[in-house]
Design a protein around this ligand. Structure first.
Ligand SMILES: *Cc1c(COP(=O)(O)O)cnc(C)c1O
Length: 381
């Protein structure tokens, strides 16, 4: 088996039948000529299929070890695509501290009577078995969680879900296939906001769902075309281009994150650091087991209150104060008003997201520069 690092460089390379272009050309055409009245080529209409989107789906499926990848316009569309497989009376289990947009989507779909949803703490064994006893049809797993980097044991939750007949979907956005392989751990679907690590350059909004089986893959592709949420060709082109450096980016960003986590951990103005690469982190052991590295996302609580937190966030110079993650540049965000602003304050509190919490997406800058910037900002409080 060729290493995944080689596979992603080779993906779609040198296949151009027209001119022998090494890099896959961009196909913007919305429609494709039929060969005869009843014979079409591999592509017919751009919503249904497109060479760039197709190539990206295949490349991600290959990295995740799945049968088929369906590329969507956004990460949210990828999650919503999977929800199409279920009927209104079927129950969906989701983590109570999932991505704010996922929480909002599920909550509002449930309010409209389109599905039933139960949010639980997936690390509370009693809550998990009580919820599984209600025979859910889908269990959504997000690990590490956003923004508190809590880990869920994918293998054991997938096995327990399977026992009650539930399908499982893992949101692998925070680690990418370079660090976590949910399908190999028993999941049926893995999805990404490709906006984040897969594209890696903060210039595309996109999503993808990879199904373990061809049958599920076909159903997803059917729904994506039916609803019309397939991704754009140029976005797919850029995302595949970005993915070629995924492993190299992740190696450096992860090393930077480790250096920053250690610095923050020792800092007297920092209350707590959430990073599964630290021995003191509750997720450390599980991360060693199910991930091939701790990744490049971390969060920390500032000592003091909202004012001190605001000071740090507004003082940093190298970190851009912005939501999103996974790009080459370092970002710092305030989950309360940014990523988790769509969540009700009570839901946020229940999930443990405090007003002193800062989340960092560590980029490719020199670690020493990032640490110096953090050090200067923390010295102001
Ligand atoms: C960003 C994100 C999403 C949503 O993706 P979009 O591309 O913004 O629609 C879903 N899950 C996680 C974990 C995310 O970080």
């Amino acid at each position: 088996m060729t290493d995944k690092r080689t596979k992603i460089i080779q993906a779609e390379i040198g296949d151009d039948p027209a001119y022998g272009a090494v890099n896959p050309p961009l196909y913007l055409s919305s429609t494709y000529r039929f060969k005869s009245i009843d014979e079409k080529g591999p592509f017919d209409y751009g919503r249904t299929s497109n060479p760039n989107r197709h190539g990206l789906g295949r490349a991600v499926a290959d990295l995740e070890g799945g049968a088929h990848g369906v590329v969507t316009a956004t990460g949210m569309a990828a999650i919503d695509l999977v929800l199409n497989l279920f009927k209104a009376d079927e129950l969906i289990l989701a983590p109570h501290d999932c991505y704010g947009g996922t929480h909002r989507l599920l909550t509002h779909r449930a309010e409209q009577g389109r599905l039933r949803v139960l949010f639980i703490d997936q690390n509370d064994a009693a809550a998990v078995s009580a919820a599984l006893a209600q025979k859910p049809s889908l269990v959504i797993i997000e690990t590490p969680s956003n923004p508190l980097m809590r880990l869920v044991d994918i293998k054991s939750l997938c096995a327990a879900s399977k026992k009650v007949g539930a399908l499982t979907m893992v949101d692998n956005t925070f680690l990418s296939p370079a660090r976590q392989q949910p399908l190999a751990l028993g999941a049926d679907f893995v999805m990404h906001s490709t906006t984040k690590y897969l594209n890696g350059h903060s210039d595309v909004i996109g999503g993808v769902v990879v199904a373990k089986t061809a049958e599920h893959g076909e159903r997803l592709a059917w729904w994506a075309n039916c609803v019309g949420i397939t991704g754009a060709p140029f976005d797919s082109y850029l995302t595949l281009r970005g993915m070629r450096t995924l492993f190299a980016r992740m190696d450096v960003q992860e090393a930077n994150a480790m250096a920053i986590a250690k610095f923050l951990h020792k800092h007297k103005k920092v209350e707590r650091v959430y990073y599964p690469g630290l021995k003191s982190d509750p997720g450390y052991k599980l991360a060693k087991k199910q991930q091939s590295g701790p990744g490049a996302m971390l969060s920390f609580e500032v000592k003091g209150g909202f004012e001190q937190t605001k000071t740090v966030l507004e003082a940093v110079k190298l970190f851009q104060m912005a939501p999103s993650l996974g790009g080459v540049e370092s970002l710092m965000c305030f989950p309360t008003t940014m990523t988790h602003g769509g969540m009700a304050p009570e839901a946020r509190e229940l999930a443990g997201i405090k007003d002193t919490l800062i989340r960092i997406s560590v980029g490719l800058e020199a670690a020493e520069d990032l640490i110096e910037d953090l050090s200067a900002s923390l010295s102001l409080i």
